[in-house]
Design a protein around this ligand. Structure first.
Ligand code: ATP
Length: 235
């Protein structure tokens, strides 16, 4: 499981995460709610090994994720799908997907199987195999970004704002895919501003405010919490 304890991250004198503790158990979808600038991307970047913490620990199945080597984290089962997708727009959909399998580059048969699994999950991408990723719709680009993370064969998927900028129907499609990925045995930590949709697929959630975890609980409890309802559900 993912175990984050007292994790602090600083940018110079500014503390972006203050002793954050959270966990994700095998098989869970856990949502991280928070406004712009709350620190969600900082947490994800730290769990991916892109950002070194100032204090605290983060482990996946007992292995430290904070050594500052992203490839190590990916090869130990933790893959991130970053906010803003960060695809290579000129490369084809399939080349973008193949890049996600970099840590398994010796296992060509496994990569081909992985591609077939991604196309089974996102059939819309089949007709776009050779199209430049940048020519796809926002929703399809998000599918490529999630697919690329899956090509690393993660046990834990870190999904940063997958519904950002997407139309409601497409958000539903993307979150249905997240549920399917989870049903196939992948644990998911999901950062979202789209609180209602995210809580409707997550088992549990945490609220992050200015770098502090201020609330946590099972999704139904968060959906019914007045603070969540006024801050994130607009009711
Ligand atoms: P968003 O959804 O807008 O990405 P977020 O919750 O992911 O928001 P972060 O991007 O983690 O938030 O940012 C947390 C805080 O850290 C913000 O106040 C941001 O301005 C600050 N911050 C992020 N990156 C840096 C950096 N490289 N240098 C200085 N401050 C930073």
């Amino acid at each position: 499981m993912l175990e984050v304890r007292d994790l602090s991250v600083k940018y110079g004198n500014f503390t972006a995460l203050h002793a954050v503790s959270l966990s994700v158990q095998p098989g869970e979808i856990v949502v991280l709610l928070g406004a712009n600038g709350a620190g969600k991307s900082t947490l994800f970047r730290t769990l991916s090994g892109l950002q070194r913490p100032a204090g605290g620990t983060a482990t996946w199945k007992g292995t430290a994720l904070t050594g500052g080597k992203p490839e190590f984290n990916v090869s130990h089962g933790v893959a991130q799908c970053p906010e803003g997708r960060l695809l290579f727009p000129e490369l084809s959909v399939e080349k973008n997907l193949r890049l996600g399998a970099y840590v398994h580059r010796q296992d060509r048969a496994g990569t081909e199987r992985g591609l077939e699994q991604v196309y089974a999950l996102f059939p819309d991408l089949i007709a776009k195999r050779v199209a430049p990723a940048g020519s796809l719709s926002g929703g399809q680009q998000q599918m490529v970004a999630i697919g690329r993370a899956l090509m690393a064969r993660p046990q834990l998927l870190l999904l940063d704002e997958p519904s950002l900028g997407l139309a409601p129907l497409v958000v539903e499609q993307v979150l249905a895919a997240v549920r399917e990925i989870n049903a196939q045995g992948v644990s998911v930590l999901l950062a979202e501003q789209n609180a209602f949709a995210a809580l409707s697929i997550a088992h549990r959630g945490y609220v992050l405010e200015s770098g502090h975890i201020t609330l946590q609980g099972p999704s139904p409890a968060l959906l019914g919490d007045d603070r969540v309802r006024s801050a994130y559900l607009g009711v």
